[in-house]
Ligand binder design. Structure first.
Ligand SMILES: Cc1cc2nc3c(=O)[nH]c(=O)nc-3n(C[C@H](O)[C@H](O)[C@H](O)COP(=O)(O)OP(=O)(O)OC[C@H]3O[C@@H](n4cnc5c(N)ncnc54)[C@H](O)[C@@H]3O)c2cc1C
Length: 243
């Protein structure tokens, strides 16, 4: 089991009304090595009991040759860990973390299947890292289906819109449950929930299609259930549960 090591907060940026990115540097190494989709576990000073202090956060950007990782965190009112990060953490704060972990990753070879990524809120983090690494190097298709409430909650909006314009094998669909934006979007925006989108676009199982689902159990459990009902095999569905 890997040991706890220092992680220094290098930068903090507000991404949406409720979400911030935190860049952490691990000074014990020159380069932080990880596979997109992996996460860091932090030991936050929020409890006397060890296990109650641990919170995991997906790394939200692909490895870039530095010793830094971007984490994209939503502030959960009343949540101990996220409140500590939002209210007590500043640039220069030293946290504790472990080596990157997790198996929510794409195979380490050119893909022989298309990928449908389904997420809500900060569940987008691992997908952003995967897309940054793979787009431009894969012939297979990627479809990101991102659900949130309002247009201002659309994380990485300009960046994802630009990727969808640049790469013909990448499609980006945003599902907004509250209000559709008045202005013209350069990507598809649908009023409703993520489930309507994949049920519309992938109603019939294909052996060369995998669904990657990421976020809180409410969405992830329902998506898995709906995909199984459509006839997709368990092996075609890969999950990362935030809680
Ligand atoms: C592998 C992994 C990766 C994760 N990656 C991220 C990430 O990239 N970004 C991120 O923001 N969080 C991520 N999480 C969730 C994160 O670890 C914490 O659970 C989250 O920050 C809430 O912690 P808290 O201490 O603030 O709230 P707590 O006091 O621990 O939690 C309160 C309760 O609310 C539930 N809950 C928390 N958030 C939501 C939500 N948005 N919707 C519905 N229920 C919720 C929790 O399951 C819990 O039951 C990840 C979790 C795991 C296991």
């Amino acid at each position: 089991m890997s040991k706890w090591k220092a992680a220094i907060v290098k930068r903090i940026e507000q991404r949406s009304p409720t979400v911030r990115s935190f860049w952490l540097a691990l000074p014990d190494r020159e380069v932080l090595d990880f596979r997109p989709g992996q996460f860091l576990t932090l030991d936050l000073p929020i409890s006397e009991r060890r296990r109650e202090r641990w919170r995991s956060y997906s790394i939200a950007a692909a490895p870039d040759g530095t010793n830094e990782a971007e984490l994209c965190v939503v502030h959960l009112p009343g949540g101990k860990g996220s409140t500590y990060l939002f209210e007590e953490t500043q640039v220069g704060t030293e946290l504790l973390t472990k080596d990157p972990g997790g198996v929510f990753t794409l195979p380490d070879r050119p893909l022989d299947f298309d990928v449908v990524m389904v997420c809500t809120g900060t569940g987008i983090a691992p997908f952003r890292a995967m897309l940054q690494q793979r787009l431009g190097h894969e012939t297979r298709r990627f479809h990101l289906i991102f659900g949130c409430r309002r247009p201002e909650d659309l994380l990485y909006r300009e960046e994802l819109a630009a990727l969808a314009e640049e790469f013909p094998n990448f499609t980006y669909t945003a599902a907004l449950s509250r209000e559709l934006p008045a202005e013209q979007m350069t990507f598809e925006t649908v009023e409703g929930y993520v489930h309507q989108i994949y049920e519309r676009d992938y109603p019939t199982p294909r052996p060369d299609l995998r669904f990657y689902l990421c976020g809180w159990s409410q969405m992830v459990d329902e998506a898995k259930e709906r995909l199984l009902r459509l006839g997709y095999a368990e092996q075609a569905i890969v999950l990362e549960l935030y809680g």
